[in-house]
Structure formats: C-alpha cells, structure tokens
Design a protein around this ligand. Structure first.
Ligand code: NOJ
Length: 548
C-alpha cells in the first residue's frame, strides 16, 4: 500500500449525526451521511471508540472491546456501515485503547472480586510503609495516578481518569487479549487500527518515584519494551494483512523513536501521531495557559520532524485537528477576518507534506471553537478538572478564558449540517451545544463556500502527483518569520510550497534555483504563474504550490 496516496478522515461518532434524535450521534447517522463523505474521496475513516463504555472519558474507557455500545447502535449497524463504505472504497480504522480499560470491564471486576489471574492484568501496588500512595506519579487528567483497589488496601495505577485502569503489558495474557481483540475486528473486515497512547504501555516493572514531571514521563514513555510489544502485536494480528494500515498515538515521543515505530523494516506500525507541533501555544509547556503561538518554533518542530522522518524512512500522520485539540483555525489562523483563507492555508501546509493527512470532521467546513459563555457548557473531565485547578490561582473570568481556548470539547461539538437550532445534527438537545452554525455549516459550504472544494482539490492532487505522495522533504526560507515554505522532490520533479501564516502581505526572496518555469498546482487565491519570480508577494494567509 502506498501510504502517501491515502487520506484519512476522522469521525467523532458522538457528534457526527444523530439519526434517532436522542442528542447523541450514532452509527446509523454516519450511514446516512456516506454520500457526503464520499465526495471528499477519502480512503479511510478513523472512528473514535463506539464500544461499550460508561463514557467517563468519552469512550476511551472501554468496558467491552467486542461490542458496539447500544448508545451508538448495533453490530448489524456496524456491518452495514462497513459494507456501504466499502462500496465507496472507504476502509474503517478502529480505535484500540489498550493502555487501559474501564474499571467496569469484566477484567477489572474479576480482579476486584479476588481472581488472581485478572489481578495480574493491572498494576496493583501496596502503599508505601508510611501509608502514602505507591509512588508520586500524577494522572494526566490531574490528581494522583493511583486509586484505592476496593477494600484490599492496595492501589491500582491509572495514568488517565480513575475509571481507566492501566493494563500491565508485561503480562503475556494481557498482550494476548490485545491480539485477540484486533483479530476479532479483522474477522469483521476491518483493516485499519489506531492505537491509543501506545508508547506508554511499557512502564518499568518497579514504579519508582519521579523527581519532576518531565522525568516522570520518561519513566513510562517510549521504553525499549514498547517496540518489542508492538512487534508482537504486529506479528500476531494486523501484520498478517498486507493491506492493513495502523497508526500509533505517541505521547511526548521523539523523532528517533517514531522512526523505529514506523520504519517498514521494523514491522511495527504504518505511522505515528506526535504532538510537539501542537504545543507551541503552551506557556513553558503548560497547556492551560494563554499565549500566542510561537511561529518559529512551530516551523522548526515541523521541519525537524519532516526531515528526520524522511531521513530515517519513518512515516508521519499529518494533522492539525482531532478530538483532543481546540480548532487549529482558532490557534493558528484568523477565524474572524480570514476564516476561509486561513483554513485553506493550514490545509495546504499539512496536505502537501510527506506523510498521510488526517482530516477531522468539520475541518473541511472551517469549523471553529464554540462561543460558550459559561463552564456549564463543558462536559469533558479534563476541562472540568483544569478549571477547578485554575480558579485556585486565577480569577474565575481568567480561568474560564483559558478553558474556553484549550478545552477538548471545542472540537467535540456536533458537526454543523445546517443553520437550524441544533445545526441539523439532531432534533433534540445535543450532548454539547453547537454555536455559530448560521455562519458555518455543510449546506452553506457546499452551496457557496470555498473550503470544502479546496480540500477536494488537495486530496485529488495527493493521488495524482507522486511528488506529493512519495517525494522527499527539505525546508525553505528557514529564517522567515511569517512564511512556512518547503520543497518536495522526486527524481527530477520539484514542488515548492509557500504558506503565509499571517493576515498581512509579505514579500519573499525566492531561492535562485527555484526562479524557474513551471505551473501553479494549487493556490487559495486562484493565482496563475508560469515561472517563479525573484521576489514573490504573498497575500494574507496565501498558499501557493508551484511545480517545476
Ligand atoms: C488519547 C485520546 O485521544 C484521548 O481522547 C483520551 O482521553 C486519552 N488517550 C486516554 O485514552
């Protein structure tokens, strides 16, 4: 499979389309929208988990990996969805959450009931001799990473919410469960898998105290054993299928490790998600803060990753948005004055890079963060915990402002289909309220907008132009503090891509070897040129890709 020719679309099922008007999206809703999806000519759809779950972390707390949660539909609905997508050559990518399971999973329940086989599935530890927690690790959602294991006197580890108990991958039975689950879905014709926070499955066997938060992550991230376990998973499940496509979500990883995870010679994964480029608007690494994004840093990180992964024959998932991020348009674009142009510019930047692009539902409409006015609108455990912490050191107004700009709920609001009260998502009050749908919605976008159409063009180009799918990467204009430019090369083909990240015009000096003839492959200002001049002026948020 040529991964460079593929484009993945991400659907957050809870928010895509509600077919039975209970306020939650569902599988039948997705079936109803297949014609819309097919218009984009995408190859795979990654679905966030729709398995049985008490939903403490919106489905990332799985209580039964083999069953569709009745809130989302039935196995028959899933099979129908799969068959119908197949008619459009769209494959399914399922979300496999194996670092942890729900505390309502039968494994955890049996462990609690005293079954030693299942107790060995989890990290159960005694308190320290002084009665304090087994170690000082913090949960990624705030608070200690340990919770009481019933009345046994022991504690269980949860790197995420207390309802998400970490599974001990050192136990071969746990690894076998993972193989069996992947194979169960493979037997249903699924060939795509996204593995949630996969690089934290190899915790040290002795869980020592950490000295600081940075060091703490290292104690459980990217340990050598992770690679061993991924190789096993590959050999015992999806690796047996030449057409499989896999992506590992890698938290706080490095280029070096990501090359190993995704270089085909290693027989691990097709590609990785990394997140460093989405931390450039964090103040000193702190997500819950308000600072403008650091453009030079963004560029440097993306250049380093592109060059490094190219050199090491690794493969990247290319993306700005997902269900864990506020909308990129609010962070790196200008949703007020240049919504369309900046949405297209951001899309051009990633879609023409080396890797596989991912589009998060609604990105193709230029969706933006909801204009919520109160904490009552938020439901995410992370946002609520963050607010509770923030108000200890900020005024309620400041705390709210930070949550408003950083909450994961921003991108989880229902897809805007039309301008009706609930954005055409549902007839009933949805679990998260949409806002601004009179301005931004699919009906309007398809009738008179330009973003959807622009995405269609980008996707088409990736399929027709080998320099995009297979070319090498090298940075251009590295010192420019407004333009993100790069070169893709394949044999004697060259593609130069220029993206103005700001709302003001700028003039660039085109490198001498690129002042040559060719043609514009795509431009969000409809620009035509038959050669690149020595000086090129880029309009606000202009993108221009020029092929030689
Ligand atoms: C990453 C997922 O994308 C996120 O939504 C979830 O909360 C954590 N992993 C824990 O599963």
């Amino acid at each position: 499979m040529n991964l460079g020719k593929k484009v993945v679309y991400q659907i957050y099922p809870k928010s895509f389309y509600d077919s039975n008007n209970d306020g939650l999206g569902d599988i039948r809703g997705i079936i109803e929208k297949i014609d819309y999806l097919a218009k984009l000519n995408i190859d795979f759809i990654w679905f966030n988990p729709f398995f049985v779950s008490p939903q403490y972390d919106n489905g990332y707390d799985i209580a039964d990996y083999r069953k569709i949660d009745p809130k989302f539909g039935t196995m028959e609905d899933f099979e129908e969805l799969s068959a119908k997508l197949k008619e459009h050559n769209i494959g399914i990518m399922l979300d496999m959450v194996f670092n942890h399971c729900s505390t309502e999973h039968e494994w955890f329940k049996k462990a609690l009931a005293g079954d030693p086989k299942y107790q060995a599935y989890f990290y159960l530890r005694d308190p320290k001799p002084d009665g304090s927690l087994p170690n000082n690790w913090q949960s990624k959602f705030g608070g200690p990473a340990w919770a009481k294991f019933g009345d046994t006197g022991k504690y269980y580890l949860h790197l995420y919410a207390p309802q998400q108990a970490d599974l001990d991958w050192h136990n071969p039975d746990v690894r076998q469960e993972a193989f069996d689950i992947v194979n169960f879905w493979r037997s249903k014709g699924v060939s795509g898998f996204r593995f949630d926070v996969l690089n934290v499955i190899g915790k040290d066997t002795v869980l020592v105290d950490s000295t600081d938060p940075v060091e703490e992550k290292k104690l459980y991230t990217d340990t050598p054993v992770v690679q061993e376990y991924i190789k096993e998973l590959n050999a015992n499940s999806f690796g047996q299928d030449a057409e499989s496509i896999t992506v590992g979500e890698m938290s706080s990883t490095t280029i070096e490790n990501s090359i190993k995870y995704s270089n085909p010679d290693e027989h691990e994964l097709s590609m990785v998600f990394s997140f460093h480029h989405l931390k450039v608007d964090y103040d000193n690494g702190e997500k819950w803060s308000l600072v403008p994004f650091d453009f030079k840093k963004l560029k440097q990180i993306m250049f380093d990753w592109q060059s490094g992964m190219d050199k090491g024959n690794g493969w990247q998932a290319l993306f700005w948005n997902n269900h864990d991020q506020p909308w990129a348009l609010n962070r790196f674009g200008d949703p007020v004055h240049y919504r369309e142009k900046s949405a297209e510019m951001l899309a051009t930047t990633t879609h023409l890079l080396r890797g596989t692009p991912y589009i998060y539902m609604g990105e193709e409409l230029g969706m933006v963060d909801p204009s919520y006015k109160s904490m009552d609108n938020y439901v995410d455990i992370e946002a609520i915990n963050a607010y509770d912490e923030l108000v200890k050191t900020h005024t309620p107004e400041e705390a709210f402002k930070i949550v408003h700009s950083k909450a994961r709920d921003n991108s989880r609001t229902p897809m805007h289909w039309d301008d009706s009260e609930y954005a055409g998502f549902s007839q009933s009050k949805p679990w998260l309220i949409p806002t601004d749908q009179d301005e931004i919605n699919a009906e309007k976008e398809l009738a008179s907008g330009e973003i959807f159409d622009y995405y269609q063009k980008l996707i088409k180009l990736r399929k027709s132009e080998d320099v995009i799918s297979d070319g090498h990467f090298s940075p251009l204009l590295e010192d420019d503090d407004q333009v993100f430019a790069y070169l893709r090369t394949l044999n004697d083909e060259k593609l130069a891509v220029f993206n103005n990240f700001y709302g003001k015009e700028t003039e660039i000096d085109v490198p001498a070897d690129l002042q040559a003839s060719g043609h514009v492959l795509i431009s969000n200002y409809g620009r035509q040129l038959d050669s690149l001049p020595a000086k090129l002026t880029l309009k606000p948020y202009e993108s221009l890709a020029f092929k030689f």
